[in-house]
Design a protein. Structure first.
Length: 204
């Protein structure tokens, strides 16, 4: 039996952290769909046309640690605004969502476009300054020299582009439950997500 959990939200809102913990708790597989766009963005920076990169994308490309950089994130968000690039990545995501045993996908359009019939939908948000603080701490932990101001600007530009593109813009699905993690610990946010999914599984 399949059970799909769709987790969307703006950049660095904590959706990946929640998605990984939820997948581990329920024994579901997890797909960070941002990595698909980051892998395309990475290749764009190397001069490969975005659509060519999307059509030739293979899962091994998703393990590249350089995909986490701010430069790749911006390139990913530009690639993600091209409808043909998004279309090339749809089948893989939909097949993942409906695999046996349960799946958690996090991204921007999972509950609205990729899996509108997902059994559980969450929209994870947090105040921009808090997201920037958290992402900044994460990047500094990996040795990057970044300021909160530049991280905040990076998130702002990406969110704006992601929310205003005509195709599959970032927005909450009508039936998504919004989780604002601004004043929540990771443990509390994960517990709330698990609680919601438990209730929805009991009904499914
Ligand atoms: N509730 C929380 N309290 C404190 N830190 C958090 C919380 N949730 C997430 N974080 C931290 O914030 C950072 C961003 O979280 P995460 O990577 O899960 O966000 P994301 O929405 O998946 O980001 P992206 O859009 O870049 O994929 C991480 O360092 C994570 O550990
Ligand atoms: N379902 C998705 C997921 C991601 N994107 C775009 O990719 C960029 C990077 O995503 P992260 O989750 O790793 O931050 C993001 O800014 C979006 O432009 C998307 O469009 N749809």
């Amino acid at each position: 039996m399949s059970f799909a959990v769709a987790i969307d939200g703006p950049a660095a809102s904590g959706k990946g952290t929640i998605a990984r913990a939820v997948a581990a708790h329920f024994g579901f597989l997890h797909l960070d769909t941002g990595l698909l766009y980051r892998a395309v963005g990475r290749q764009m920076l190397d001069g490969v046309p975005a659509l060519e990169a999307a059509e030739a994308l293979t899962p091994d490309r998703l393990n590249d640690p350089s995909l986490r950089s701010a430069e790749v994130a911006q390139a990913a968000s530009k690639a993600a605004a091209i409808p043909a690039v998004r279309a090339a990545l749809v089948d893989f995501q939909r097949a993942f969502a409906r695999r046996e045993g349960g799946a958690v996908l996090d991204g921007r359009d999972i509950g609205t476009v990729i899996c509108p019939d997902a059994e559980a939908k969450l929209f994870v948000i947090a105040a921009p300054e808090i997201r920037a603080q958290r992402r900044c701490a994460e990047l500094r932990g990996k040795g990057a020299e970044v300021s909160e101001a530049e991280v905040l600007e990076d998130l702002r530009v990406r969110d704006e582009r992601d929310m205003t593109r005509p195709d599959a813009p970032l927005k909450a699905a009508r039936d998504a439950v919004t989780l604002d993690t601004t004043d929540m610990s990771i443990e509390d946010a994960v517990a709330q997500a698990i609680n919601l999914i438990d209730r929805l599984r009991a009904k499914a």
